[in-house]
Each structure stands twice: as structure tokens, then as C-alpha cells.
Design a protein around this ligand. Structure first.
Ligand SMILES: Cc1ncc(COP(=O)(O)O)c(C=O)c1O
Length: 452
């Protein structure tokens, strides 16, 4: 595989392969842990023994104890929540809302569906502009485009990898309707300045919390920090159901709108009795997905605590290494580390290219991937703005200026180029596993001149 093209999902898939490779080499000479932590011995890429010779956990993880309840749902034939406000989907919605301290939760078919739903609920419509973080999974862009609205990219703060709040205000035009900050890799955005800008300009804020289950900012959970929040329960996520999503928040009227949109426009709560009062799609979750999710809540809590402990230890070790810059979190916030990302500076490694650094790490038994690429040059935005719909709702001059502005996202370019990321399962081991990650980086640095 060409690591330059290593997207998050490819990386998640390939991480299992990489661990299998290192597991094979565990038949040979065991590495003394003390030697590994000095980093002074020969890198595996130069014939040394890999620092990590174990097996990183697979993902997702099945627990047989969950089976009886899921089989019961399957046997019951009651798989869809249509036409009912009770049952497993409702139970999961209540449990997830309680977990977050949210007023309500609307379970959906995917994170993308949640974003499309939430954007509708806050009033995003054709011809609007939505200011968004460019450093995100492509679904964030697509959900905005689905409404024939323009995703206008703010700057990425290279220190935090999240949206640079100070850059939002100068992107506002008379068409701007909403801001979508993305808590990327489960690292909360600095929400206070974002909400302040939104208030000043009468804009709505939808959190893309698709990677931020249980992340916290100033004592509140992501998904409760703005007008609405969106989650994904896709297979790679910390609480997976194959596919699935949720819209959460603390504003009941908006949540009722979201519930309507995800259920064909039927009226709920605040709008009860109004019939099919709004547009809507069918984004309803099934009962068996909800049962799977509900039974994973406890695991999510314990896994998150472990990832946090290990990430803190990893940060303490990595930040001492010249050329390695772990992401900085906003004050008084806690991340959940969907990926553990840092920026890599080849200058501190005798010019060792990022791809060679990553390959050397993989040889040490430490699989890693890239951050996101500059996806706005991939063609999807060109396709969107050339479409009949966009041409109808936006003036040609606006679309031309918009296309030109993509070349100016320097902070994001730098972040895309320099980010290296570990998959979350590398944070589910013990302390000595974490120390081996640090040791491997140190070892590569010590021998970087030979690895160039
Ligand atoms: C930041 C972000 N936004 C949106 C999504 C979309 O979620 P889904 O894949 O469940 O549609 C994802 C999922 O990977 C994501 O990571």
C-alpha cells in the first residue's frame, strides 16, 4: 500500500494486517523492554528487532454476553421503530442522551444522515453558506452539499488540528447560515469563541461530534455544546453498530424538528398534531442496531477512560521528542482519541520523509496512518459547483471566488502534510505498550540519518 494514500478507513483496515505481520516476528528473539525504552538499538527497518511484538486489539470487539438480547430482538420480528415512540430505539436514545447530559437524542442511520438532519433542523437551505472545518472526513462536506449549500472552509489551527475560531468571522457573508465545527479525532474545538461569533452574527452551530463520544469541553459533553450535535456509530467508531448515528442537543424544539426530518416529516413534540408538517426523509435506526449500541455504553465508558490514561502517557513521552508535536487541547477539555494524531517535522529527523518515518514505525510493530488530505481538490467540490442546482442558486462570481479561495487554506495544507496518526486500538493496551510506541519513535530518531 502507498502510505501517501492512507486514508483513515484504509488505515483502520490495514492496522490489523500490520499487527499480524509483527505477530509473526514475535516467534523470534524477544526484545528486552529496558533496551527498547532507550531507543538506542538498531531499528527494525535496519535489521533490528521490532520494539513491539505483540498484537494490537482488533476492532470492533464482540462480547458474547450481548447475544441473547440481540437474538431476542431478531426473533421478535419487531425490527423497525416506525410508528412507535417506545422500544429499543427509544431506550437507546434515552440512555445516550443521559450519558451526554443532552435533553434528547434522535437515533439515525448514520453520522452523515445525522448531519443532513441537523442542518435541516437549524434551517440550512439551498443557496446558504456554512462555515466548516476543512480537516475532517468527507461526509461533513457532503452533508452541507446535500442541502445545495456551500461549505466555506475556515482555517485549521496547526496546534489543535481543529477549526481556528479567529478565522471564522472573516468568512461570513450575507448567505452564511451556520457554523459546523468538527471535534476531529475526538478533540473538542474551542467552542466558546465559536458560539460567541455565532451569537453576534445570528448563526446556528451544529457540532460534528461524529468522532467525539464522551469528549468534554468545560464540563459539558460534545454534542451538547451548541444548537445540535451529530454522532456516528459506523464500524470503526468507539461505539459501533456497523452503521448508525445520532442527533443530540439541549434545545427541544430543534430536536423535535430533527426527529421529524429523520421520520418522513411527521410531527413530534413541539409540533405534535401538525401532521406531516415538514420535509423529511427516512433515517430511522433499527431496533437491533439500538440493542447492540445500548449494550456497548458501559464498554464505551471504560474504554474511553483507558484511552485517556494511555493518551496522556503517550503525550508526555512524545512531546519530549524534537520534531514530534502532539495536538494541543483547549483549556479544561478532555479528548477521546478516535485517532491519536501528531505533527511530524522531518527537519528534526535528518530530513527523513514522513512516509519513510511511517514505514520505519510500522516495521517496529507500530502501525500508523496519515491525517486527512486536501479533499477539496479531489473533484467533489468542482462537481458540485458545476452542477445545475448550484449554478442556479449561487451567482457565478461567488462560485468563482469560492473555488479560488480553496488555494488559500495554508494552515490546513500544512496540517494535511505533516499529520501522523495512530488508530485508537493502540491506546487500549497497557502502559508498557504505550512506552514502546515512544521508544520506537526515539529509536527511529536516533538512527534517522541512516534511514533517510
Ligand atoms: C468527522 C466525521 N463526520 C461525519 C462522519 C460520517 O459518519 P458516517 O460514516 O456514520 O456517515 C464521520 C464518519 O466517519 C466522521 O468521522
Amino acid at each position: 500500500m502507498n502510505n501517501d494514500d492512507l486514508t483513515r478507513r484504509d488505515f483502520v483496515r490495514s492496522a490489523a494486517g500490520a499487527t499480524a505481520l509483527t505477530a509473526l516476528s514475535s516467534c523470534f528473539v524477544p526484545t528486552a523492554y529496558a533496551a527498547a525504552t532507550t531507543g538506542a538499538d538498531k531499528p527494525a527497518a535496519l535489521g533490528g528487532t521490532p520494539v513491539f511484538q505483540g498484537h494490537w486489539p482488533d476492532w470492533p470487539q464482540w462480547n458474547q454476553a450481548w447475544e441473547p438480547k440481540i437474538v431476542d430482538v431478531l426473533r421478535s420480528g419487531e425490527w423497525s421503530p416506525a410508528g412507535s415512540t417506545a422500544g429499543h430505539v427509544t431506550d437507546f436514545e434515552k440512555a445516550y442522551a443521559q450519558l451526554l447530559g443532552a435533553k434528547d437524542c434522535v437515533a439515525t442511520t448514520s453520522g452523515t444522515a445525522s448531519l443532513v438532519t441537523a442542518l435541516h433542523a437549524v434551517g440550512v437551505d439551498a443557496g446558504d453558506e456554512v462555515i466548516v472545518s476543512p480537516f475532517t472526513f468527507i461526509a461533513t462536506y457532503n452533508a452541507i452539499l446535500a442541502h445545495k449549500a456551500l461549505p466555506v472552509f475556515a482555517d485549521t489551527d496547526p496546534a489543535t488540528l481543529t477549526i481556528e475560531p479567529a478565522s471564522i468571522e472573516r468568512r461570513i457573508t450575507e448567505r452564511t447560515r451556520a457554523i459546523v465545527p468538527v471535534h476531529i479525532y475526538g478533540m473538542p474545538c474551542d467552542m466558546d469563541p465559536i458560539n460567541a461569533i455565532a451569537k453576534k452574527h445570528n448563526l446556528m452551530v451544529v457540532e460534528d461530534a461524529c468522532q467525539a463520544w464522551l469528549a468534554e469541553y468545560k464540563g459539558h459533553k460534545c454534542g451538547t455544546l451548541a444548537d445540535l450535535g451529530c454522532f456516528s456509530f459506523q464500524n470503526s467508531k468507539h461505539i459501533p453498530a456497523g452503521e448508525g448515528g445520532a442527533v443530540t442537543g439541549v434545545k427541544q424544539e430543534l430536536l423535535d424538528r430533527a426527529r421529524s426530518y429523520h421520520d418522513c416529516g411527521r410531527a413530534f413534540g413541539t409540533h405534535e398534531g401538525k401532521g406531516n408538517f415538514s420535509r423529511g426523509l427516512n433515517f430511522r435506526m433499527t431496533h437491533y442496531q439500538a440493542m447492540l449500541l445500548e449494550q456497548q455504553i458501559e464498554k464505551l465508558v471504560t474504554d474511553t477512560a483507558r484511552r485517556r490514561r494511555n493518551a496522556d502517557r503517550l503525550t508526555a513521552g512524545l512531546k519530549e521528542i524534537p520534531g514530534i508535536a502532539p495536538a494541543r487541547l483547549p483549556e479544561n477539555s478532555q479528548a477521546v482519541w478516535h485517532l491519536y494524531a501528531f505533527r511530524y517535522d522531518p527537519a528534526a529527523f535528518h530530513g527523513l520523509a514522513k512516509i519513510k518515518f511511517q514505514r520505519a514505525l510500522a516495521r517496529e510493530g507500530i502501525p500508523c496512518g496519515n491525517g486527512y488530505s486536501e479533499q477539496y481538490f479531489d473533484g467533489l467540490l468542482d462537481e458540485a459547483i458545476a452542477s445545475r442546482g448550484f449554478q442556479r442558486v449561487f451567482p457565478a462570481e461567488r462560485l468563482k471566488a469560492y473555488r479560488a479561495s480553496l488555494a488559500e487554506l495554508k494552515g490546513n495544507k500544512q496540517v494535511c502534510k505533516s499529520t501522523v496518526a495512530f488508530y485508537q486500538t493502540l491506546l487500549l493496551g497497557n502502559e508498557s505498550d504505550v512506552d514502546k510506541i515512544v521508544a520506537a519513535v526515539r529509536r527511529i530518531q536516533a538512527h534517522s540519518a541512516e534511514l533517510v
